[in-house]
Write a protein that binds this ligand. Structure first.
Ligand SMILES: Nc1ncnc2c1ncn2[C@@H]1O[C@H](COP(=O)(O)OP(=O)(O)OP(=O)(O)O)[C@@H](O)[C@H]1O
Length: 272
């Protein structure tokens, strides 16, 4: 497909550029159009949160950014290149993904899980792989002794941290998070959000996240993109999004949630 995206010099293009995206699933009895002419731009250093109703296509959108789904029409470019060029081993050097339940391999230790993308490269000696993995474990707040544990021995917060270490093992500039705090108790959730905040700052990461959780949303997002009616209806600073007139936005931020949103806006006036 021809590249009709704006030809900017290297490094100045957005990290994620989605233009006129259609995501379509054909089943024997029907065609489901999840995204229709969807546009989304994420610039370097931003934390963009995607919110939307159940089934609005948030996960499918993350999968499009990862190159796990193919556009029916339209374009998905990551760091200036079509996303399908990032497939294969080494893809994790561009995009890190934290899946909702961690998606650790249950038969591998924490260390083996974190090291997995590096081992897949088949180019590095074992000693270096172990060293790099231990550095990442420390970076996410796990102890050296946790390296030899099996996933079944970890708490929910530790699973997220181990999965995050694996997502970051190849220092990707772009990190995707699917419901990063879902299933965590309030303390673990706060701890994980603080970790994400400091990693975003220290590693100059660009982040795209799906979350339903208002605290996570307001503590981390520089912008919120709302998915409804098969496309992004608004993509703006949290304050602007709350004021946007649309039935989904009004429902989502209504009542107690709306009050909490206003409190959080006062607490985090500049997000990051
Ligand atoms: N591989 C697939 N084949 C057919 N339909 C699919 C496939 N993947 C997703 N869908 C459908 O696409 C729609 C969007 O799914 P998606 O998982 O992106 O929703 P979501 O916004 O993440 O929802 P939730 O908040 O409930 O997780 C749903 O109707 C889902 O059933």
């Amino acid at each position: 497909m021809a590249d009709t995206l704006s030809p900017l010099p290297d490094g100045t293009r957005p990290v994620v550029e989605i233009r006129k995206l259609w995501s379509v699933f054909d089943t024997p009895d029907r065609r489901l159009v999840v995204h229709k002419d969807l546009d989304l731009t994420v610039n370097r250093g931003e934390v963009v949160s995607i919110v939307g109703g159940s089934g609005s296509g948030k996960t499918v959108l993350l999968r499009q950014i990862l190159g796990l789904e193919r556009p029916h029409r339209g374009q998905v470019h990551i760091m200036g290149r079509p996303v399908d060029q990032f497939a294969g081993p080494g893809a994790s050097s561009r995009i890190g993904m934290l899946f909702q339940h961690g998606a650790l391999f249950s038969a591998f230790t924490v260390l083996e899980n974190v090291a997995f993308p590096l081992r897949e490269l088949k180019t590095l000696p074992r000693r270096l792989i172990v060293e790099a993995s231990m550095v990442k474990l420390q970076m996410v707040g796990l102890k050296p002794a946790d390296a030899e544990k099996m996933p079944s021995e970890l708490s929910g917060g530790m699973i997220k941290r181990a999965a995050l270490a694996r997502a970051l093992i190849m220092d990707p500039p772009l990190l995707l998070l699917d419901e990063p705090t879902a299933g965590l108790d309030p303390d673990s959730s706060d701890g994980f959000v603080s970790l994400l905040r400091s990693l975003h700052r220290d590693l100059a990461l660009t982040v795209v996240m799906v979350t339903h959780d208002l605290d996570t949303l307001f503590e981390l997002s520089t912008r919120i993109a709302v998915l409804a009616d098969q496309h992004v209806i608004v993509n703006d600073k949290p304050r602007e999004v709350i004021a946007f007139r649309h039935p989904f936005v009004e429902d989502f931020f209504l009542g107690e949630r709306g009050q909490r949103a206003m409190e959080l806006l006062r607490e985090y006036p500049f997000a990051i």
